[in-house]
Design a binder for this molecule. Structure first.
Ligand SMILES: [Fe+2]
Length: 302
């Protein structure tokens, strides 16, 4: 049977294709559909990264991994993860069928929900990730959501989307409105990329530790980002971050360092202020682009 063979493998899952075709974004996790191969992919990814997490990950992330009680051998059940996660910070992982349009993504964070991919990468290409999978979302992101300050930072970040929608709602000219929302979106997406996805933090002994999920879920890059002389690492400068384009298809050559999660939380406050004062209205062009669905998701709220 095609369904049981392909299980819930990234880009090869009939269950996901069906959900997408019928426009269902928020779905359930049909756990029985995971194949033996899917579980083996999780077990392999999980086992090999342990040593690197111990060496490079932020201590709050390691605490989170401990709190969530992952089964090393099986793809996690979102309901099980949420039983441990929800009492700690109110967050929960919420299954989605694919890309979540920007405003909805922000809004989920604001409601302490994390849109979570349920498919897992093909066991034959473990280092190749055509799109986020459950290992990236659950093993890379969710352990950080057990930390109260980090969780509050995500919520505050999510609130920025409402502020953005409110700010542009007063603009009559449609083109000006779209230009404004695109620029603000670029600034916010770049901030998310260089912190939540690829952030570094100073540890207690001033050593660098990883808290960004794109790094925490990559066996290769978690070591590369700390050890390689080819990576530029700078104390975070918000002016730089909001104007810095990024590319997603290779190891990051430029990373930014925060001092603490309090620091990160405060930076979102600065972003809010800058948004209000117009400082995010004309950021540098370049990646990321904003899709039509992203723009529409914002405009529908204005
Ligand atoms: Fe991510």
């Amino acid at each position: 049977m095609a369904t049981s063979q392909s299980g819930l493998t990234t880009t090869k899952a009939p269950f996901i294709e069906k959900a997408q075709a019928s426009g269902e974004l928020y779905i359930h996790q049909p756990y029985e559909l995971y194949s033996e191969e899917n579980h083996r992919a999780w077990a392999t990814l999980y086992a090999r990264i342990q040593e690197r997490w111990q060496k490079y990950a932020n201590p709050k992330f390691l605490d989170g991994v401990h709190s969530l009680c992952f089964d090393p051998h099986k793809v996690p059940k979102l309901d099980d993860i949420n039983k441990f996660l929800n009492p700690l910070t109110g967050f929960k992982a919420k299954a989605v069928s694919g890309y979540v349009p920007a405003f909805l993504f922000f809004d989920c964070l604001r409601n302490r929900e994390f849109p979570t991919t349920i498919t897992i990468r093909d066991i034959n290409t473990l280092d190749y990730l055509p799109e986020p999978d459950i290992f990236h979302d659950i093993a890379g992101h969710v352990p950080m959501h057990t930390d109260r300050k980090f969780a509050d930072t995500l919520v505050r970040f999510g609130e920025c989307a409402h502020l953005a929608a409110e700010i542009v709602s007063g603009i009559k000219d449609e083109k000006e409105k779209i230009d404004r929302i695109v620029s603000i979106f670029k600034a916010l997406a770049r901030f998310f990329w260089f912190t939540i996805e690829f952030g570094l933090m100073r540890g207690e002994a001033q050593e660098l530790k990883v808290y960004g999920s794109g790094l925490l879920s990559s066996y290769g890059e978690i070591a590369h980002c700390i050890e390689s002389p080819e990576v530029q690492r700078y104390p975070i400068q918000l002016e730089w971050v909001i104007n810095q384009y990024f590319e997603i298809d290779h190891y990051q050559p430029l990373l930014f360092i925060v001092d603490s999660f309090e620091h990160l939380f405060d930076l979102v406050g600065v972003l809010e202020e800058w948004m209000k004062s117009g400082k995010l209205n004309n950021v540098a062009p370049g990646q990321p682009t904003m899709s039509e669905a992203d723009v529409k998701s914002f405009l529908e709220r204005t």
